[in-house]
Design a protein around this ligand. Structure first.
Ligand SMILES: CCOC(=O)Cn1cc(-c2ncnc(N)c2C#N)cn1
Length: 302
């Protein structure tokens, strides 16, 4: 029986949805965000879980919420299962460390992306038009170039499994109103600035990251979702940063390298799902998640 089925069977718990790697439940008017051990690569959810990934990324989000508490309020209510409704406390194996009980917000349907470096979809638009989400950029930039200043590159949320659609600030204002668009832009850049500095002090480049915000009934804009994890962000080892080619991903590189090597027997352009990962790749990938957590937080993962 899957975690989702276990939890969905608990009285008072309603399964609201599944993301690529997370599950969302309603519990007594709050939200329960459960991070699975699933990993995605090349737009596929891999069939092989990475042990503890959900717990590591949830604990990392919690640490970032603390680092950012003076910059923006967040949606966290608690992670202590003893504070969860009594029916959930027996599912510690499911919940322990990988779940957050959160305020239920009115979500702002914009993926708020901050980029301090040019890569991914930002690079693709730049190579075509010299802009990123309509923001003009200097000539001569390459994959991995650091931008003169971080930029806000919003996207319209896509259905699960689809790519988000990059939109410009004018479109964002059309969708959510000019004042709110300015507020989420400013918050996104302020959070990125703080997080980039904290990560850089620890030898890690935060190249870009995606935030989601929601609003309370009183209109307060609140940081939601998971934050500043390897699933929502690009983290690069600073000592390997070399503009001009794709940078090594802190967490996914072993998986990508194996999947694109002859050893996997897989063709990423075949339309077929990737094969199961070998134990060594699983273990090394878990170790990278643990290393990212320990380098950023300075705390041992337990
Ligand atoms: C199934 C996985 O999908 C998501 O986690 C994205 N998502 C988040 C919400 C949300 N809705 C109200 N309040 C919140 N605090 C949140 C949060 N976080 C909805 N979808």
């Amino acid at each position: 029986m899957s975690d989702t089925e276990i939890l969905a069977g608990v009285p008072g718990v309603r399964h609201l949805g599944s993301g690529k790697v997370r599950e969302l439940f309603e519990v007594d008017g709050n939200l329960l965000l459960v991070a699975s051990d699933r990993m995605s690569a090349y737009d596929y959810v891999l069939e092989t879980p990475i042990p503890d990934k959900g717990k590591i990324l949830t604990q990392l989000s919690l640490w970032w919420f603390e680092q950012l508490a003076d910059v923006v309020p967040n949606h966290l209510v608690t992670t202590d299962p003893a504070m969860f409704p009594v029916e959930l406390r027996d599912h510690k194996d499911v919940l322990s460390g990988r779940s957050m009980l959160c305020e239920r917000l009115s979500m702002i349907e914009i993926e708020c992306v901050a980029r301090g470096y040019l890569t991914g979809s930002g690079l693709a638009e730049y190579q075509e038009r010299g802009t990123a989400c309509g923001v003009p950029l200097p000539a001569g930039l390459v994959d991995g170039s650091r931008l003169d200043y971080p930029i806000f590159t919003p996207a319209a949320k896509a259905a699960v499994g689809e790519h988000d659609e990059n939109i410009d600030f004018a479109e964002t204002s059309e969708r959510v109103g000019a004042d709110l668009a300015a507020e989420i832009r400013d918050l996104t850049l302020a959070i990125y600035d703080r997080a980039h500095r904290i990560a850089a002090e620890r030898g890690i480049i935060l190249a870009d990251t995606k935030f989601e915000f929601g609003r309370r009934a009183d209109g307060t804009v609140v940081l939601a979702d998971e934050v500043l994890t390897p699933d929502s962000s690009r983290f690069w080892p600073a000592d390997q940063w070399e503009p001009g080619h794709a940078q090594p991903s802190y967490d996914k590189q072993y998986v990508r390298d194996w999947l694109t090597s002859p050893a996997s027997g897989w063709d990423r352009h075949s339309g077929e799902a990737p094969p199961p990962l070998p134990d060594e790749v699983i273990e090394r990938t878990r170790a990278r998640y643990v290393e990212a957590y320990e380098r950023l937080t300075g705390e041992a993962f337990r």
